[in-house]
Design a protein around this ligand. Structure first.
Ligand SMILES: Cc1cc2nc3c(=O)[nH]c(=O)nc-3n(C[C@H](O)[C@H](O)[C@H](O)COP(=O)(O)OP(=O)(O)OC[C@H]3O[C@@H](n4cnc5c(N)ncnc54)[C@H](O)[C@@H]3O)c2cc1C
Length: 445
């Protein structure tokens, strides 16, 4: 039996190298004669750019930086494409070709890795896209050895001032100082003139209680709650088949769960789904007008259809606010209390899928002056989210800090990977202080 992996096209590929070991710190610089070098602590590293996160946008940022010969450090809390792995069993909403970039494809082809490339013409699972695109790029000379996996960017500040220090327009702006924690809790500070933060939002799901807060009892029932779409038809089937399942939320994730549970109920007739949505609308899922991701729109439409039909294994309640949860002990269902139209109702459920969306973590940037209240943390009101390319960029009081990728959309979903690839080019143009067409020209050279 071969020890190789089978790719989507059924080809054997050599066993993939284990995740890149975290790069060792370069040896401390030789003592230099200049004053500034002598006064620097020996453990600090410096680069023009730090890239945080290795999802699709982080990988693209690293590719572009490499091609533009910008020196950069690159930190990833877990492993490349870790958030895609979280939904590794689900399909992308569009063919994989809509999730790849031209330069990514060029690098894969140039390095004879094309045979392992994910099938671009079909939607791919999150895992297949990770293995058949992002991981391949890490094997190319441009990126090989660059990613410091297992290294979390924990906090960021400015080197020469605190958040609360008064700052005038002419005050010098020092580099960013990042506190990163690697394997074995190895801690270090690194300095970077610019930071591209593409750490995504999937690590910070929103709780299900009233006011966007955890519901009393939510914590105590954690072992019965998943904050992502589990593998309902596959590995997690037993948790759902012939069980009472509550789905909370009305986004695409909730729609995906509901459609998969409805399928499961065809085989397992005792499966019962209680679907709660906060919004007062008979159609739970808001469809994006002319959604370019057709798969996403089909799921939304199918879930809305299921919610409206009188027969089936599902009850749908709009205008529902979760009040509290009560555990009843091992192997017993959880009690969920919710208010609907001013009346309290209670269900006993075996499993809860809390799919109330995600929010950007504020922890990383807490020592910086970020415009959270006005933009990042809120849906881009008044703007078609597709127009919100680069956010916040120069609008922030922290020039040089770029929030890109899904995190740049804050609590709003609807981000498309391709928009993130454009953001990367805009950010690089600002970092190099050139115009966008110049970046395009340099990348093509
Ligand atoms: C079922 C499904 C289907 C989809 N289909 C499509 C589609 O067809 N087309 C499309 O355009 N989009 C699609 N998307 C959305 C798309 O996958 C995401 O928008 C995209 O992955 C976001 O990329 P990102 O790089 O911004 O963030 P992420 O992919 O979330 O990556 C963030 C990375 O940062 C790391 N990280 C987090 N915190 C830190 C830290 N403090 N320090 C260091 N690293 C950190 C994480 O481990 C992770 O690897 C789909 C999503 C789902 C769930």
């Amino acid at each position: 039996m071969s020890s190789g992996n089978i790719n989507q096209k059924g080809q054997n590929r050599p066993q993939q190298q284990p995740q890149q070991p975290p790069r060792q710190n370069p040896p401390p610089p030789e003592p230099a004669e200049t004053e500034s070098a002598v006064s620097e602590p020996r453990s600090e590293r410096k680069a023009t750019l730090a890239i945080l996160g290795a999802g699709p946008i982080g990988v693209e940022a690293a590719l572009v930086a490499s091609r533009l010969k910008i020196d950069f450090m690159w930190f990833e809390k877990a492993q490349v494409g870790d958030h895609l792995n979280k939904w590794g069993h689900l399909q992308t909403h569009a063919p994989a070709k809509t999730m790849v970039s031209e330069i990514g494809l060029e690098e894969i082809r140039k390095n004879n890795l094309e045979e392992f490339l994910v099938n671009l013409e079909e939607p791919a699972t999150g895992k297949a896209f990770r293995d058949g695109y992002l991981s391949l790029l890490l094997e190319t000379p441009l990126l090989s050895g660059k990613l410091e996996a297992g290294t979390e960017a924990v906090a960021a500040g400015r080197d020469n001032r605190l958040r609360e220090d008064p700052r005038g327009p002419r005050d010098p702006v020092g580099p960013f100082r990042l506190y990163v924690r690697g394997p074995n809790n190895q801690e270090q500070h690194v300095l970077a003139d610019a930071v591209i933060d593409c750490t995504g939002v999937l690590a910070t799901p929103r709780p299900m209680g009233k006011g966007g807060l955890p519901a009393p009892g939510e914590n105590a029932c954690k072992d019965r709650i998943a904050y992502c779409v589990e593998d309902i038809p596959g590995a997690d089937r037993k948790k759902f088949a012939d069980r009472t399942v509550m789905v909370v939320g009305a986004g695409v994730s909730a729609a995906t769960a509901v459609t998969q549970l409805a399928e499961l109920a065809k085989e397992h007739e005792a499966t019962w789904v209680v679907w709660l949505s906060r919004r007062n609308s008979t159609l739970p899922v808001r469809r994006i007008p002319q959604d370019p991701l057709k798969g996403r729109d089909s799921i939304a439409a199918a879930a809305n259809h299921i919610a409206c039909r009188p027969e089936g294994n599902l009850e749908f309640h709009s205008g529902a606010w979760i009040d509290r949860l009560e555990p009843q002990g091992n192997d017993k269902p959880v009690k969920v209390f919710a208010t609907i139209g001013g009346k309290e109702q209670m269900w006993e459920v075996d499993r809860i899928l809390s799919l109330c969306g995600y929010q950007p973590s504020r922890l990383l940037n807490r020592e910086l002056r970020m415009p959270w209240e006005t933009s990042l943390d809120l849906p881009p009101t008044g703007l078609d989210s597709r127009e919100q390319e680069l956010n916040p960029g120069p609008a922030t009081e922290e020039p040089g800090w770029y929030v890109l990728g899904s995190k740049s959309y804050g609590r709003a979903s609807g981000f498309e990977v391709r928009a993130g690839y454009r953001q990367v080019r805009q950010a690089m143009a600002e970092i190099l202080r050139v115009r966008l067409p110049e970046i395009t020209k340099r990348l093509a050279a």
